[in-house]
Each structure stands twice: as C-alpha cells, then as structure tokens.
Write a new protein. Structure first.
Length: 108
C-alpha cells in the first residue's frame, strides 16, 4: 500500500477523463458540434432601475454636450464647461453617438 507507486496527478486526471469518455460513448451518447461564435452564455441581463435612472440623468446633459462638440471643443473642454468629469462626458458621448474633434481647434 505505501510502497505501491501512484500515478502523477496529471496522469491520474487524464486517466479519469479517458474512463469517463469511454463510459459516455458506451452509453450511446455522441459529441455535439457547436458552431464557432456560439456560446452557452445566456442573453445579457437587462439593466436595473438604478442604471436606467443614471442613464436618464446623463441623457439630460447630452444636448449641451452635443452643442459643445459641434462648436469644435474637445471632450476635455466640454466636460470642463459642463462641470462634469471627463469620464462621464465620454460615457454620455458614447451613449448618444456624439463625436468630438481630436485636435480641439475651433473652425471659424
């Protein structure tokens, strides 16, 4: 018992998996082919009420942010003008498809 050699942990796991595979096929089961890009994940969960409330508050700032973007401001300048953080301005821009100029120069 003590003197008997044991399999290495990896080899023991591989042997157990092979045994389980043989039992699976012996029971008449077959392997399913799953297409590329398909997963077993469920649909993403819907946003909760708190998230939707925050989104409504951000939507109120969207028109002002859009005006600043159309005026040629950078996102940093627009966030400063609205007295909000740049990250929040980026989220509002992403949610409302607002494009900012990268260079920040106003076209006059």
């Amino acid at each position: 018992m003590i003197d008997e050699p044991r399999l290495a942990p990896r080899e023991a796991i591989v042997a157990a998996l092979e045994e389980q595979k043989e039992e699976f096929f012996a029971a008449g089961n077959t392997i399913q082919h799953i297409q590329i890009g398909v997963s077993g994940l469920t649909a993403p969960r819907t946003p909760d009420a708190h998230y939707l409330q925050l989104q409504k508050e951000r939507a109120k700032l969207a028109p002002a942010l859009r005006k600043l973007a159309e005026a040629g401001n950078t996102i940093n300048a627009a966030a400063l003008a609205l007295n909000i953080k740049t990250v929040r301005a980026q989220m509002i821009a992403r949610e409302n498809a607002i494009q900012f100029r990268a260079d920040g120069f106003r076209s006059e």
